[in-house]
Design a binder for this molecule. Structure first.
Ligand code: NAP
Length: 252
């Protein structure tokens, strides 16, 4: 069975690792191409957009894809919507692997907002020291708030100057540790954090660290994605694919 996995997340990597040795599944992992050196997966892989819904339909047909698993980031709304539309046209079953959003806990000081513009506005007029944990493509919005100083964590070193007047860059790839993120926020003297409600473990450290330091977090709510069948764990995806590997794999 040929399975297309829309990836770019730790969940997608765990999924392909679990199915790599199943001879009945011929998995192809698809990366958007946002990071320069993606971790080479243990299955076939491809890089780059498909060319919209029509391009994805053509790909599904040309590659004779039998099932699609959307394991992209919860904020990758466009590719997820394209997958819903393209799978409907090509009559290919689709399942989304979507980790649950983080829930507010005692001690959290979240300011929840719906989009980046609202996040930038929530920082206010008074100059602040801001940790931006949101990814390189989304920095432009904060160029409109030059009164703040920013600490930005990126997967790759920036090739061009950031669109921010005052910014420090940390180049690092998750998963991150709570103590490390606490030290990072303290060293920078951050007084607020901007984050997307990604869910999962890899990026949660900054949220815990902000709680430890009693810092407010401007938390972006998830974008709305068209209805599709979805599960929260790798094990459930494996069951949907009829994968009956080892108990350890099933318990991933
Ligand atoms: P997006 O806005 O939903 O997608 C924009 C376009 O990029 C899509 O229309 C599609 O182009 C292409 N694309 C996105 N994901 C793709 C994939 N897995 N394979 C092939 N093409 C893909 O997505 P985004 O917010 O730019 O995110 C892009 C990728 O980065 C996603 O795969 C997402 O999982 C990953 N990501 C990872 C993290 C993380 O923390 N691990 C965070 C953010 C994003 P076409 O229309 O031409 O097909």
């Amino acid at each position: 069975m040929r399975v297309l996995i829309l990836g770019g997340t730790a969940d997608a990597n765990r999924l392909v690792a679990a199915m790599a040795d199943d001879p009945r599944i011929d998995a192809i992992l698809s990366y958007a191409g946002r990071t320069e050196n993606p971790t080479p997966p243990p299955v076939s892989w491809r890089v780059g957009g498909f060319g919209g819904i029509d391009g994805l339909v053509a790909y599904l047909r040309a590659e004779q894809i039998a099932r699609v698993v959307d394991a992209t980031h919860p904020f990758a709304a466009q590719i997820s919507a394209h997958a819903v539309a393209a799978c409907a046209v090509a009559a290919v079953p689709l399942l989304a692997l979507e980790r649950p959003p983080w829930q507010r806990m005692p001690g959290d000081r979240w300011i929840e907002v719906d989009d980046l513009a609202a996040a930038a506005a929530a920082l206010g007029a008074t100059p602040r020291r801001v940790f931006l944990g949101i990814g390189r493509q989304h920095l432009e919005t904060f160029a409109g708030c030059p009164q703040h100083a920013y600490l930005v964590r990126l997967v790759d070193p920036p090739r061009a100057p950031l669109p921010l007047r005052e910014a420090e860059v940390i180049v690092a790839r998750g998963p991150f540790e709570r103590a490390g993120d606490r030290a990072m926020l303290r060293d920078y003297r951050a007084d607020i954090v901007v984050a997307r409600n990604a869910g999962g473990h890899a990026a949660f450290a900054k949220i815990e660290a902000a709680r430890d330091l009693a810092l407010p977090v401007v938390m972006l709510r998830r974008p709305v994605i068209p209805a599709r069948p979805k599960v929260e764990t790798v094990a459930e995806v494996l069951r949907w694919l009829g994968h009956d590997g080892t108990p350890a794999e099933r318990g991933v």
